[in-house]
Design a protein around this ligand. Structure first.
Ligand SMILES: Nc1ncnc2c1ncn2[C@@H]1O[C@H](COP(=O)(O)OP(=O)(O)O)[C@@H](O)[C@H]1O
Ligand SMILES: [Mg+2]
Length: 322
């Protein structure tokens, strides 16, 4: 990972207040899709069980309806080099969508475009639209901080503030996004977010201990709790389990399935079993040698794995390359 990408990740939890101008590019104009993009009907959200705290005070944050995220003709460049070419993908409300594909095909770049992190990378530019419930998050009228608040992100490497307490890690995003809360509200939020992230019972007795003292899997769940504290409508997860052992991976997967009733989740994973266990929809990204990445095929996960349309998808999901 480059230094600039790491900086951008940290900035994700420290939302910037200035907005970078959106680079103009010819691909910004609506164009017919060159590549045949196959698509099938979307899966509907499964009803998941809920896990709520047993005690707590009401908090001023209203539960919000599930949101749909849609990327339209999303292209991306690093300098002169184009790495994504007009990607179209709808990530329906309440559905877990997995993004799969070999390394370097632009999955992380696509994810970073979905919450305006890509524009923080020096020399990076993009074109296209990202619609959150129909509203373009790149609209010049919209603030960057709003996109980050509504669209949270969890990274491959857990990145809690190591010296900060578990408690303060959870509420770190509040002040940064300008949300004021009383101590009672903060207590409630910390318990509720840690509960949703599946970590409460493990840390309830040491909330003032530093976040850096937790195991890798616990740190990742702490990062999930921190993301949830600003009540995002979308949660993006970039290979959230690839640095974790199988037991921690299972706990995170269970957590994702429970969270899916209140936040729309998009996960990048290299683990084909994980994509099948957690996601209802799936998109397969590929970049042919020397060309920008794009989506070969997307649709319900069971069909993508059980009856793919494109032979490249079949080869990838069956482990024949990548
Ligand atoms: N900060 C960066 N600067 C320049 N090129 C980058 C940067 N980040 C990613 N890339 C390039 O963009 C392409 C897509 O990368 P990425 O989105 O990370 O792919 P994936 O997540 O599918 O592995 C790759 O060729 C990668 O080398
Ligand atoms: Mg990646």
């Amino acid at each position: 990972m480059t230094q600039s990408t790491q900086d951008a990740e940290l900035t994700q939890v420290l939302p910037a207040v200035t907005t970078a101008p959106r680079p103009a590019h010819p691909a910004d104009r609506a164009q017919p899709d060159r590549r045949a993009r196959r698509s099938r009907g979307f899966a509907f959200p499964a009803r998941m069980g809920t896990r709520t705290p047993t005690v707590g005070l009401p908090i001023a944050v209203e539960p919000r309806p599930l949101a749909t995220l849609e990327g339209r003709n999303v292209s991306a460049w690093f300098g002169e080099r184009q790495v994504l070419d007009r990607v179209n993908l709808t990530m329906p409300a309440g559905v877990i969508t997995s993004l799969i594909g070999p390394s370097g095909c632009g999955k992380s770049t696509f994810l970073r475009i979905l919450n305006r992190m890509h524009e923080l990378v020096p020399a990076a530019s993009l074109a296209g639209e990202v619609l959150l419930d129909g509203e373009d998050i790149y609209d010049p009228e919209r603030k960057l901080v709003d996109a980050r608040k509504h669209i949270g992100m969890v990274f491959q490497k857990p990145n809690p503030f190591p010296a900060m307490s578990i408690y303060d890690n959870v509420i770190a995003g509040l002040t940064l996004t300008g949300v004021r809360a009383s101590n009672d509200e903060k207590d409630y939020l910390v318990e509720s977010c840690l509960t949703k992230a599946g970590l409460w019972t493990e840390v309830r007795d040491r909330l003032r201990a530093p976040g850096g003292g937790l195991s890798g899997g616990q740190q990742q769940r702490l990062c999930i709790a921190r993301s949830l504290a600003v009540t995002p409508r979308i949660l993006l997860m970039d290979e959230p389990c690839s640095a974790l052992d199988p037991t921690s991976t299972r706990v995170i997967e269970e957590t994702m399935l429970e969270l899916a009733h209140e936040v729309t989740i998009v996960i990048v994973t290299h683990n084909m079993q994980q994509a099948q266990r957690v996601s209802q929809n799936c998109a397969f990204f590929l970049a042919a040698q020397g060309t920008p990445g794009g989506i070969v095929e997307h649709g319900p996960t069971d069909l993508m794995f059980g009856d793919p349309i494109d032979s490249r998808t079949a080869d990838y999901v069956n482990g024949r390359f990548g």
